[in-house]
Design a protein around this ligand. Structure first.
Ligand code: ATP
Length: 586
């Protein structure tokens, strides 16, 4: 009793418990296909039974041919051929079922992971490199999906096969059955150690494979810098180093796999030889017929291959559960907070087109415990106003924009939006619908200009798109393109200058007609005259808009209603004189 309890405890803790949880998670996706999986298992068992029946059939065929039994040779031969043909048909059906389940589960998990990544807490997700995300989204999801059928269902069919072969051997010769089972204790003793090592190797393999993908992804994204700094050779060598790392882990794992499978094969081979030797001895002493001997030869071969397949399920189960664990990490991340959703809805319904204010009251924020980005920040921006955030680089302007977008949350104080009736609502991902945002850098997607614009307003007419492009001073160059607003844009705005891409991004934000517009260094690539014209147009579109800009250039500061400087963790509202001083200093 104590021993059983100890075994259960061992199973429950550590690696086995983890693998159990991961397997349980994998099979939540299989629930929908339980009937197909059940059918798949039944077909697998049928194939096994037919294989065994045809082996027994061949015993009777040989005994009939050698005159040791009175059987209908033609009938037995027809039976064996029929079994063979039937198995081929069943195999075709199971292959089709497996492909269908595989692709559906793959797409379902991939879509769920993708959605999760989009709604997960922004800061937590920042810990994953995008190459690692891609590797998990494709490689790990694919491994899990293809293992839905090659793990538990295969375990069932292979076990049935193993037990079936043993049962037949037991029926004809119990001693041989005992010999056949001789390997089981050896396997049980070594399996736990092997599994642990295998799982460690699997984790390392996945990790280095993510490193290779991250490296490739980053190099291609920054290919211009790689060329500009004449770093082609350097990066080419770095790739080889990353590959070397992958190769070392891969070969290590391969060596381990070869040793383990050789060890298993040697054990299997000795068992098969022992069975064969015992059969020969029984034939020699006249205890069994030639037909039974043929059956034993076939069964000992089948037993060793079925044993091998059972053993090979261990690495595939480990690989599947390791991948499942890597995907499950995403689902453990909390989602972005959505606060006061009802209030958000009522503000949306009651104040359409009437504008919204933004307020930060005594807000404190830090990314980690070691450094506060700012504290006691008090900021107000009202409809019809342009409010600027200025300050030295790295002092917290973008951080404040992230706070307004609900990507990060205040550690202290309150960040709220307020409608014209004075209804206040906490900022979270739920209030993001009131914002249009133009971030730093190029944020244009591949497709056409119109595709990019309709991303934020799917039913926008061509005229509306042109109007937004005009307001962002972008239509001047768009109208000269051969296909006007339907002209193609390359990846990350390829084919356009930085300033042109910025203006298309601003136009996209304007088309959204959100009450609050956030421009984070969004006009940095424009000349001063265009920058001022864009801001003027934005405020004269006949829409009650609150505009918050972060900038290093004082050229637009004279157009702003209020200017906040963020410096050394302090946010202060600077007066006209200081603004004029800033313009002069510039
Ligand atoms: N994801 C992050 N995790 C941890 N720290 C961060 C993160 N993003 C920014 N920081 C830190 O927060 C501080 C403020 O950064 P932020 O990007 O807000 O500055 P900024 O004023 O917008 O700078 P710039 O003018 O150069 O764009 C910096 O010290 C930066 O190192």
């Amino acid at each position: 009793m104590e021993f059983i309890k100890k075994v259960i405890r061992k199973i429950k803790d550590g690696m086995l418990q983890e693998m159990f949880e991961e397997t349980k998670w994998m099979y939540t996706y299989a629930k929908k296909y339980k009937f197909q999986i059940f059918f798949y298992i039944i077909l697998g068992i049928m194939t096994t039974v037919m294989g065994l029946a045809s082996s027994v059939g061949s015993k009777y065929l040989i005994d009939a041919v050698t005159g040791q039994d009175k059987g209908n040779i033609a009938l037995i031969a027809i039976f064996i051929v029929a079994m063979g043909l039937f198995s081929i048909g069943i195999n075709a059906v199971t292959t089709m079922i497996s492909a269908r389940i595989n692709i559906r589960v793959n797409n379902e998990i991939q879509a769920e992971v993708y959605d999760k990544i989009l709604v997960a807490d922004w800061i937590s997700m920042k810990e994953f490199h995008s190459g690692d995300l891609l590797n998990r989204l494709n490689g790990d999801v694919n491994t899990v999906a293809s293992s839905i059928l090659s793990w538990i269902p295969s375990l069932i069919t292979r076990s049935v096969q193993f037990v079936g072969i043993l049962a037949i051997i037991l029926y004809y010769d119990p001693t041989m059955a005992v010999i056949a089972l001789a390997s089981a204790p050896v396997m049980l003793i070594v399996s736990k150690t092997l599994m642990k090592k295998m799982r460690d190797y699997n984790k390392r393999m996945r990790q280095v494979s993510s490193e290779v993908m991250s490296f490739n992804e980053e190099s291609f994204q920054n290919i211009q810098s790689v060329k500009a700094f004449d770093l082609v050779e350097f990066f080419s060598n770095r790739l080889r180093n990353v590959q070397q790392n992958y190769k070392d882990v891969f070969l290590d794992y391969n060596k381990f796999s070869v040793y383990t499978s050789s060890f298993m094969s040697v054990v299997g081979m000795f068992v098969a030889y022992a069975c064969f030797g015992w059969g020969v001895y029984r034939l020699w002493t006249g205890h069994i017929t030639f037909g039974t001997m043929t059956l034993f030869v076939q069964l000992s071969g089948q037993l060793s291959s079925s044993f091998k397949s059972l053993v090979s399920l261990v690495p595939s189960a480990i690989s599947a559960t390791t991948s499942a664990g890597r995907i499950m990490e995403f689902f453990k991340i909390k989602n972005e907070s959505k606060l006061e959703e009802e209030k958000v809805k009522s503000i949306q319904n009651n104040t359409q087109g009437k504008g919204l204010s933004v307020e930060l009251d005594d807000v404190e924020f830090s990314y980690d415990a070691t450094k506060t980005v700012f504290k006691n920040a008090n900021v107000v921006a009202n409809p019809g106003e342009i409010v600027a955030l200025v300050g030295p680089s790295g002092e917290g302007k973008t951080t404040m924009v992230r706070l307004l977008l609900g990507l990060i949350n205040a550690k202290d104080g309150q960040a709220i939006i307020k409608d014209i009736n004075g209804v206040r609502c906490k900022i979270s991902s739920a209030t993001r619908r009131f914002f249009a945002y133009v971030p730093q850098g190029n944020t244009i997607f591949s497709g056409t200009i119109a595709d990019n614009m309709r991303m934020v307003k799917p039913d926008a007419t061509d005229a509306e798109i042109v109007e937004a492009l005009k307001a962002a001073c972008a239509y001047d160059f768009v109208k000269k393109l051969p296909d006007n607003i339907n002209s193609k844009v390359g990846e990350r705005g390829g084919g356009f200058s930085e300033g042109q891409a910025q203006r298309i991004s601003i136009a996209r934000a304007l088309l959204r007609q959100s009450p609050i517009l956030l421009l984070d260094e969004a006009t940095s690539a424009l000349d001063v005259a265009t920058e001022r014209e864009v801001l003027r147009n934005i405020m004269n579109m006949g829409y009650a808009r609150t505009c918050i800009v972060t900038t290093h250039r004082p050229s637009v500061l004279t157009m702003c209603d209020r200017v906040y400087r963020i410096d050394s963790g302090v946010v202060c509202d600077i007066g006209e004189e200081e603004v004029e001083q800033l313009v002069r200093d510039f």
